[in-house]
Write a protein that binds this ligand. Structure first.
Ligand SMILES: Cc1cc2nc3c(=O)[nH]c(=O)nc-3n(C[C@H](O)[C@H](O)[C@H](O)COP(=O)(O)O)c2cc1C
Length: 169
């Protein structure tokens, strides 16, 4: 899929068939995450892939907007190493860039995915720290739920000329 087509047609997918992903598909998506830009090229990200059904059920029970995780069968916690990227704002931006790359890659290879918010919600960050056994200094930024689509969602044109400012506001 062409990059602009991927950007314009990507939507959050929250319904999944439950059929597992191949290792190759998962690696393609992870490689896309690793290809993201990062401040000072620090690449502070780590990715925790969770496929364990009990862990996905636990996440779904505790995350108010993560109920789709067990049906998808896979979640990737995108985390940042605060020793590598010491400015937290940059760490979050870097991990967000990785997340967006991964969402686009998933869509580009025909999978469905949704970004579930973690940072800066303390309770959700703690949930990820405990579930994924994150070491000290590793900050969970977001969770990508990924799987095989059981829904199609149409493209939306969100261009808004009122939000585009040329030269100055
Ligand atoms: C930081 C962030 C947190 C989000 N958290 C959730 C979430 O917890 N659960 C969910 O189903 N969608 C979540 N989303 C997805 C948004 O709801 C979705 O991107 C938005 O409604 C636009 O729809 P689209 O992705 O189909 O274009 C999140 C998106 C972002 C960027």
């Amino acid at each position: 899929m062409d990059v602009l087509e991927a950007i314009f047609t990507r939507r959050s997918i929250r319904k999944f068939t439950g059929e597992p992903l191949s290792q190759e598909e998962l690696e393609t998506v992870l490689k896309a995450g690793f290809s993201a830009p990062s401040a000072h090229n620090m690449q502070p990200w780590h990715f925790v892939v969770i496929k364990d059904a009990d862990k996905l059920e636990h996440i779904a029970e505790k995350h108010p907007y993560g109920k789709m995780a067990p049906q998808a069968g896979c979640a990737v916690i995108v985390c940042g190493d605060s020793e590598k990227q010491t400015a937290e704002g940059f760490l979050v931006a870097d991990c967000s860039a990785a997340m967006q790359n991964m969402l686009l890659a998933a869509h580009g290879i025909g999978l469905g995915a949704v970004w579930c918010g973690i940072y800066p919600q303390e309770d959700l960050m703690q949930l990820m720290i405990e579930t994924a056994k994150l070491p000290k200094g590793i900050i969970p930024v977001g969770m990508m739920v990924i799987g095989r689509k059981a829904q199609e969602r149409s493209q939306q044109d969100r261009y808004d000329s009122a939000k585009v400012h040329f030269g100055q506001w």
